[in-house]
Design a protein around this ligand. Structure first.
Ligand SMILES: NC(=O)c1ccc[n+]([C@@H]2O[C@H](COP(=O)([O-])OP(=O)(O)OC[C@H]3O[C@@H](n4cnc5c(N)ncnc54)[C@H](OP(=O)(O)O)[C@@H]3O)[C@@H](O)[C@H]2O)c1
Length: 269
């Protein structure tokens, strides 16, 4: 039986086992997926001694795992974060999950003006997806200007896209396409909203990376104004399936009932 896992700390809240076990059930794969709590001081010994066939990496190890790996996939190298490991090689499938969500919702990014709320790890993976999609401009809205400037510099080092930065307090306008990459609104603080909703109107497209709750307060409020909204669950599912494709060496997604996976995960949230 093949053995897979997600490692992180804390890890109790992870839905990755539910996602992957449902994939194995649907495809009758002889495999098992568990969650393993790995503390920071245990990370390198774990990487060197585990006998897993593959594993996902989540907070707080996405960057710190890199020195322990033998090699990195091109996107993981550029983003500087790994969420999937196979045979000592690190991959980043978060940005792929985001692009897949847009593809499912038939949203074209080429030439678009975009706003990213947040400047952490998820924001960087999303920024990479925006770079590969040839967007026109990116505005970064973040509490810490230092972190916003770092992300801005990274985007300019890796593309010709025009970038601006501001703080949530100074935000006076947003682009048509907005992605929330902060944890504001995530369970248990579900009433938090990452930006001033006065700036949102019906032509906006809002994408939240949060999937617990399925529909955040930000999305609910955007919906009420007639904006198009998408939650983080499809991105989460797509990053997981992209990881499974790497581990099994084939495109599993085409044979899966994605709606059934969604229902299983929704029932766990
Ligand atoms: N759906 C998916 O598959 C998926 C995948 C990856 C991540 N995510 C989601 O993405 C979100 C961010 O994760 P991450 O890995 O990027 O975290 P991170 O690296 O810790 O970055 C967090 C970002 O949010 C900002 N932030 C945090 N608390 C804040 C607060 N109270 N007020 C204002 N800003 C705040 C931080 O601002 P500062 O720079 O000022 O600290 C930073 O920009 C999480 O909700 C996570 O669940 C979803």
């Amino acid at each position: 039986m093949k053995q897979f896992a997600v490692i992180g700390n804390p890890i109790a809240q992870s839905l990755s086992p539910d996602l992957h076990q449902e994939v194995y059930r649907q495809l009758r794969l002889d495999a098992f997926f568990e969650k393993i709590q790995v503390k920071t001081n245990e990370l390198h010994p774990f990487i060197n001694s585990n006998e897993l066939d593959g594993f996902n990496v989540t907070i707080p190890h996405k960057q710190s795992v890199i020195p322990a790996l033998d090699e990195l996939d091109e996107s993981a190298k550029i983003i500087g974060a790994v969420n999937c490991v196979h045979k000592g090689k690190g991959y980043n499938t978060d940005w792929l999950g985001f692009l897949k969500t847009l593809e499912i919702n038939k949203i074209e990014l080429n030439g678009k003006d975009c706003t990213i709320l947040g400047a952490g790890g998820a924001a960087k993976a999303i920024a990479y997806a925006l770079i590969t999609s040839n967007v026109k401009s990116i505005s970064i809205v973040n509490r810490s200007q230092e972190n916003a400037h770092q992300l801005s510099q990274w985007i300019q080092d890796n593309s010709d896209i025009s970038v601006t930065t501001t703080t949530p307090e100074h935000l006076s306008a947003v682009a048509d396409f907005i992605i929330n990459c902060t944890p504001l609104g995530m369970w248990p603080n579900t009433k938090s909203i990452p930006m001033d909703m006065e700036l949102i109107h019906k032509n906006h497209i809002l994408v939240d990376t949060i999937y617990n709750p399925i529909e955040t307060e930000w999305l609910k409020s955007g919906n009420a104004k007639g904006a198009k909204t998408m939650g983080g669950l499809d991105m989460f599912i797509a990053q997981g399936l992209a990881s499974a494709d790497i581990w099994f060496g084939e495109n599993l997604s085409k044979s899966l009932k994605i709606e059934k996976i969604r229902q299983v995960l929704i029932s766990r949230i």
